[in-house]
Design a protein around this ligand. Structure first.
Ligand SMILES: [Ca+2]
Ligand SMILES: [Ca+2]
Length: 235
């Protein structure tokens, strides 16, 4: 058994230890050491886990799009082939394209077929058109209208051919339904560019106009009708 004296000594010792401990703590808080410089950033963390796979989409729409694109590509290839053939043919016929030429102070357009074109832009009968073109050393156009490809080039050069109706050098004056060009050659079926339903010879229509109702196609008109003139002459 501990005596009371021993207990008192022990309590005094414990109290001294606690007080010493408090003094140490107080000493640390009253004079904290200064912080060091911040260290460099740590290395980047690992990539996160791969996400879940998405739902499978429908491929029908994509296949339709691819099919449509293939169709358009095919059409474009065909157009390019046709244009290349036209250019090749024109080069064989007319040599290097000379697209514009000033003749008699007027600008004439050359689609590359060896002829030049000019429009007299006032309303006139077919015979008046022949006369007007003749005054310009030309005839009413016959060579270009024989070819849709050449006319496409000429229409790009002369926008009036897409907005006005103009006489071309083609009539069936010699015999109803027998159309002959001003150069004396007969109209070939491969050259014909009639608007559907034409020629209909309504009221004795024997002369031909291009770009009927803005279709770029032909209609037979009475020769007394008033159209502008598309004149054609050699270079
Ligand atoms: Ca007729
Ligand atoms: Ca007609």
């Amino acid at each position: 058994m501990f005596s009371l004296k021993v207990v008192v000594v022990l309590l005094a010792f414990v109290n001294a230890v606690v007080q010493a401990s408090n003094q140490v703590v107080l000493t640390c808080e009253s004079s904290p050491s200064e912080k060091g410089e911040q260290g460099p950033p740590g290395p980047p963390g690992h990539y996160g886990a791969r996400g879940q796979k998405g739902d499978t989409g429908s491929t029908a729409g994509l296949e339709n799009t691819i099919s449509a694109l293939e169709d358009r590509l095919k059409e474009t290839e065909e157009d390019i082939a046709a244009m290349a053939k036209t250019i090749s043919d024109l080069q064989k016929k007319g040599g290097k394209c000379q697209c514009m030429k000033v003749i008699g102070g007027k600008i004439w357009h050359g689609p590359g077929n060896g002829y030049f074109y000019y429009t007299v832009q006032s309303g006139m009968t077919y015979d008046e058109a022949k006369s007007k073109c003749s005054q310009l050393g030309a005839t009413v156009a016959t060579q270009a209208p024989k070819s849709r490809d050449v006319m496409r080039i000429l229409e790009a050069q002369m926008s009036v051919l897409t907005t006005e109706t103009y006489w071309i050098g083609l009539t069936d004056k010699a015999g109803e339904g027998w159309f002959v060009w001003e150069d004396g050659t007969a109209l070939q079926s491969s050259q014909a560019n009639w608007n559907p339903g034409q020629p209909d010879d309504v009221n004795n229509e024997d002369c031909v106009g291009g770009n009927y109702i803005d279709t770029l196609q032909w209609n037979d008109y009475p020769c007394s009708h008033q159209l502008i003139a598309l004149c054609e002459r050699k270079a």
